[in-house]
Ligand binder design. Structure first.
Ligand code: NAP
Length: 185
């Protein structure tokens, strides 16, 4: 079985990813990229899976969660309940990956993205099945209380867009990093 998964993150020039359980910036271009990447092209017959921590799930406005056309897996060890049938609860990273890979094996899902937040990134980035980091790097530093771990040593950058400036004036870049320790099975 090919048990790969990829991480998607946007961080600022200091690896900051959020403040007070929210993103620390408003960057619609990155939200569009995130949606397109995680939804994929074939979601109508095989959705992708997004794995996230309970706090990140709760940070998504109610009207937008679960993230549509994707299978949402929420990590929690508390008695957290979700009211919809499209969200799966997992009590550990291993359990989340097991449930996700079972769905892929049975032909019910396509690929797996880890979408944060901080504690989940920290736990999953060193997993041997972590393949790519899709990183949106914002050029400025924002007030943050959550940070993405250092990754330059265990990942190498294999793609990088031109610097772009959003309509709101934020300069950013899409980067793709590949794990040096990724194993295919
Ligand atoms: N910039 C970005 O790309 C990006 C993306 C996502 C999130 N964020 C930011 O990240 C911040 C949130 O990060 P966070 O670390 O506070 O929260 P989080 O990782 O989203 O959620 C943490 C919660 O997830 C559950 N959890 C985590 N690891 C687990 C494990 N191994 N097994 C079972 N459950 C587990 C626990 O829930 P229980 O307490 O219920 O047990 C834990 O309290 C926010 O500021 C958010 O905006 C940024």
């Amino acid at each position: 079985m090919n048990r790969k998964f990829d991480i998607v993150v946007a961080h600022d020039s200091n690896n900051g990813i959020g403040y007070a359980n929210q993103l620390a910036w408003h960057l619609p271009e990155d939200m569009a990229f995130f949606k397109q990447l995680t939804m994929g092209k074939h979601y109508d017959h095989k959705p992708n899976i997004v794995i996230m921590g309970r706090k990140t799930y709760e940070s998504i406005p109610q009207a937008f969660r679960p993230l549509k056309n994707r299978i949402n897996i929420v990590l929690t060890q508390s008695k957290f309940n979700v009211s919809d049938n499209d969200t799966i609860i997992a009590t550990s990273i291993d359990n989340a990956l097991f449930q996700a890979n079972t769905l892929i094996q049975s032909g019910d899902a396509n690929q797996i993205f880890c979408i944060g937040g901080k504690t989940v990134y920290e736990a999953m980035i060193s997993n041997q099945y972590c393949r790519y980091l899709y990183v949106t790097v914002l050029n400025n530093e924002y007030q943050c209380d959550a940070f993405f771990p250092e990754y330059n040593q265990i990942f190498e950058r294999i793609n990088c867009s031109e610097k772009q400036t959003s309509t709101s004036g934020i300069t950013y870049q899409f980067q793709l990093w590949q794990s040096k320790q990724f194993k295919t099975n």
